[in-house]
Design a protein around this ligand. Structure first.
Ligand SMILES: NC(=O)c1ccc[n+]([C@@H]2O[C@H](COP(=O)([O-])OP(=O)(O)OC[C@H]3O[C@@H](n4cnc5c(N)ncnc54)[C@H](OP(=O)(O)O)[C@@H]3O)[C@@H](O)[C@H]2O)c1
Length: 257
């Protein structure tokens, strides 16, 4: 068996920082990766919900690191340096923290653009900056940003959200080339509609009819957080060691139509 085959999806002794670990896709990623042996640094704003994630995880040397990434963009690299100084370097970063935005262009203003870009896009780049500093990572190391099918397909009123996710995909390509010399891989995942709190909020806002159209646009139906978590595990693992600078679409067929 090859070395890739032997190591497979074993994350024993590896530490991964997951943002957005208090809910949805980030929570599912924390649970799946802990079941594969990873030690997780859980980031979100809500400590109680981070604890709920921790309770659902397999045992390990996990730590909770509550932090408002949008509030303190400038502080992100130092915060990350502090975390890795206290608990050891990272083998991976998964940026799941994000917010949704459905605003018709006539209502767009600079503040609504900035709010979305801060957490979805700018925080991602500053987290990557923190991870790639000398003592903050160890090999193998892989960065995964959670993007969206809205980075590659359009829908009315999603211009801000699409911009925030399209920028993530573009950013990942350049970072992948820049960080290849350090052997750090950088990729994004573009999920279709996944059943999380974010999706539930959209369903409530849109009403049954419009939401049904979205469901019908997914030939395999809507996704579950675990469907994205398994792709995250793949992109963090040695199984994907020759994959960098790409975007993995995980969308139940949404973009195939
Ligand atoms: N669900 C979907 O259909 C879907 C589809 C495509 C892409 N995505 C993307 O997938 C990612 C996860 O989405 P989800 O559906 O799992 O959403 P979710 O259940 O609403 O979770 C969002 C997470 O982001 C965290 N977060 C938000 N603002 C933050 C901030 N300022 N600082 C730190 N953490 C913050 C939240 O933590 P706290 O509440 O604790 O702060 C929460 O853990 C997002 O980037 C989203 O755009 C989702």
């Amino acid at each position: 068996m090859t070395d890739v085959g032997k190591q497979g999806l074993d994350f024993g002794g590896r530490r991964v920082l997951i943002t957005g670990a208090s809910s949805g896709i980030g929570r599912a990623a924390a649970i799946v990766l802990s079941s594969l042996g990873a030690d997780i640094v859980l980031c979100g704003r809500d400590e109680k919900r981070l604890e709920e994630t921790l309770d659902a995880m397999n045992d390990g040397q996990h730590i909770m690191a509550p932090f408002d990434l949008a509030e303190d963009l400038e502080g992100i690299p130092d915060w990350l340096k502090y975390i890795t100084g206290e608990h050891g370097p990272l083998n991976g970063l998964v940026h799941c923290a994000g917010i949704e935005s459905t605003i018709p262009v006539r209502q767009v203003d600079p503040e609504s653009i900035e709010n979305v870009l801060r957490i979805n896009t700018k925080a991602a780049l500053l987290l990557a900056k923190g991870v790639c500093s000398k003592k903050s990572f160890r090999l193998p190391c892989s960065i995964v940003f959670i993007s969206s099918v809205m980075a590659i397909a359009g829908r009315p009123a999603r211009s801000i959200y699409s911009a925030s996710k399209g920028a993530l995909n573009a950013m990942a390509r350049s970072l992948a080339i820049e960080l290849a010399r350090k052997n750090i891989r950088v990729n994004t995942i573009c999920p279709g509609q996944v059943q999380t709190e974010m999706d539930e909020a959209m369903r409530q806002r849109m009403g049954v009819k419009l939401y049904e159209q979205i469901v019908e646009a997914h030939p395999l139906g809507l996704g579950k957080p675990e469907d994205i978590a398994s792709s995250i595990a793949f992109l963090l693992s040695d199984m994907s060691r020759w994959i960098t600078g790409t975007s993995l679409v995980v969308d139940g067929g949404y973009t195939a139509i």
